[in-house]
Design a protein around this ligand. Structure first.
Ligand code: UDX
Length: 464
């Protein structure tokens, strides 16, 4: 990639249209890829977005064009927060006659816009099932970005086999049985396990794989060094000319855009500045995972009684059934000076801060990658989707964390925090995390695999 100043928009050779699935964990990597293509590759960018979770003003880079697409998600479905229902409503509306015509019209107006550079292709999230037909109708070439791990994609590809061989639907008595075709996973680590509607998932997975197979390139937000075997298998088994792993995408551009669906509280960085190196546990369960009121109390008291410093992200919707978090009496006084709570943190900066020595995470893929790249050891509390399999890789393959299993209870939490922050086992995990950080840093050098992947992607786009 060229490191000279990027040309102004009108002098750019080509434009790329990006269309992320509208959830924080998917919008972030798509916009980060757009940043990399724009800043390092000199491409112009058009971002398609839905009204649901539309990027706010802070997320709209002035150099990018933002174009709204009708999503048709009913208000009650949007308010439910149910990810699968929201995706299904969006796909149904965009595939219906009116919705698909509207999507085609938007695409046609985007690609015929003569005030901007010619469009080379669209990069989209393959969960957006209406895109392949609409792009084919207007003659727009496509590429797919997967924002989860390569292991996650392999599971998705293996879904029919997992059913045929009886791993799925999961049975309580077989949860710890190894899935010998997908080591190191066990039945409980398969992300579909927690989703009740298997038929809906089967359809969604089959169609998103079909969408990948009709694209010229698949970009996965991972690194060769982390998932060599998984990437090799994907390259063998999918019929896609090019499978690239340029992750972690947030490290490929100095801008590091996120969706900024929530406002980040930068006071926590000043607060971190006051504390010694590696002394603070950062606690965040991503943008979707939540706790019930009792779990929330247990987490609060577990953090308090551990005696350790912590920075805890508590979103307004972190506690199920409550409008806002209800901290226990005496919590504030107990943790004064060593505990800070924020509504939303600048997570990448937090994890890169010298004061942070551990991350208690829900093991979303972005959080996992962001922690690995900074060499931060993890306590994993996975809840749903790919979080169980990410945890399994963190524990078994990379050895950079351990799982806090079972119900959240203050004593267990306190023990887990002490294990990570002060015991020998925690120190060994921390050492491994630092070693892995070095390997990842090598991939990010100009001769490293992630940079080579983004260069290859650029050349491919410019050849379109
Ligand atoms: C969802 C799924 O839950 C996850 O399993 C899947 O891999 C991606 O989609 P989410 O729960 O939001 O994502 O988790 P994660 O993938 O970790 O993404 C969260 C993003 O929000 C990260 O990029 C993180 O840096 C950011 N974040 C989180 C903040 O910027 N501030 C915060 O306070 C918390």
């Amino acid at each position: 990639c060229s490191r000279t100043s990027p040309p102004p928009p009108q002098q750019r050779l080509r434009r790329v249209v990006v269309f992320p699935l509208p959830f924080q964990g998917h919008i972030n990597p798509m916009l980060q890829l757009a940043d990399a293509l724009h800043d390092a590759g000199g491409l112009a960018i058009t971002v398609l977005h839905t009204a649901f979770n539309a990027p706010g003003p802070a997320a709209r880079r002035p150099e990018f064009q933002f174009v709204a697409v009708h999503d048709g998600v009913p208000d009650d479905v949007a308010a439910s927060g149910d990810v699968i229902d929201i995706i299904e409503a969006m796909n149904t509306a965009m595939e219906a006659d009116e919705g698909s015509a509207a999507l085609r019209d938007v695409l046609a107006s985007v690609i015929t816009d003569e005030d901007r550079p010619p469009v080379a292709c669209m990069v989209f999230d393959a969960n957006l099932l209406a895109v392949p037909a609409a792009t084919a109708a207007v003659g727009l070439k496509t590429m797919v970005l997967r924002s989860a791990s390569a292991a996650c994609l392999r599971c998705l590809m293996a879904y029919p086999m997992l059913h045929q061989k009886g791993y799925l639907p999961p049975q309580e008595s077989k949860l710890y049985m190894p899935v010998k075709e997908l080591p190191p996973l066990r039945v409980r680590d398969l992300f579909y396990s927690s989703w009740s509607d298997q038929e809906k998932m089967r359809n969604l997975f089959a169609r998103s794989i079909e969408a990948m197979n009709t694209s010229s390139c698949l970009v996965i937000n991972t690194l060769d060094v982390l998932e060599t075997t998984e990437l090799d298998r994907i390259r063998d088994e999918l019929h896609i000319p090019m499978v690239l792993a340029p992750g972690p995408l947030h490290k490929l551009s100095s801008k590091s855009t996120g969706s900024r669906l929530r406002e980040e509280d930068y006071d926590c960085i000043k607060w971190l500045d006051k504390h010694p190196p590696e002394s603070v546990l950062y606690v965040s369960f991503g943008s979707l995972a939540s706790l019930d009121a009792n779990e929330f109390l247990e987490v609060a008291w577990g953090l308090a009684t551990s005696g350790h410093r912590f920075l805890w992200v508590v979103r307004a919707d972190s506690v199920r059934g409550l409008d806002g978090p209800d901290f226990p009496n005496g919590f504030g006084a107990t943790v004064e000076g060593r505990g800070k709570v924020v509504g939303w943190a600048p997570q990448q900066e937090v994890l890169a801060h010298r004061a942070v020595g551990g991350f208690w995470t829900h093991s979303g893929w972005n959080s996992t990658l962001e922690s690995i790249v900074e060499g931060i050891p993890m306590i994993c509390s996975p809840q749903f989707a790919d979080q169980m399999m990410n945890t399994r890789y963190v524990v078994k393959i990379w050895g950079v964390g351990f799982e806090l299993e079972g119900t959240l209870e203050r004593d267990k939490i306190e023990k887990a925090i002490r294990k990570l922050m002060e015991e020998r086992e925690g120190a060994e995990i921390r050492e491994r995390a630092k070693e892995l950080k070095k390997k990842v840093a090598n991939c990010l050098k100009s001769s490293g695999s992630s940079h080579i992947a983004i260069d290859t992607l650029m050349k491919h786009i410019l050849s379109m």
